[in-house]
Design a protein around this ligand. Sequence first.
Ligand SMILES: [Zn+2]
Length: 133
Amino acid sequence: MPPITGVVEKKLFESAWNFLTGWFTRKKQVEMLKHELAEERSGRLVFEKLMSELECYQDDENMYWRKDGKGGPYCGICLDHDQKKTPMTHAGKGTFYCCIHKQYFRTKECREREENRPQPKQPSYGEHGWMAR
Ligand SMILES: [Zn+2]
């Protein structure tokens, strides 16, 4: 066998090898991309399913409650912004607290109750105040 043939064969083998390994790498990349896409899609599906189970109470500062009444309220900012279901802590009558946002949310009922709360009648100063006594 003349030496030139050996060189050509080697070159052919190398290019075939490069082609194959390149093809494998590309195939792997495509599979990884497909996997990422599927994960993203399933994540979105999970979130869509979650949102379909919840109801937004806009009057109650956008708190979310479960439609079946089995949970809530959840922080609307966490859901809209981070797609996370954060149960809020009950911080008093009609007041709920999101520990992620460190923010209080009040129901409409609670806000109205506070607005209608009778103001303290006796001023501390003036004719009838304790300072006048
Ligand atoms: Zn939050």
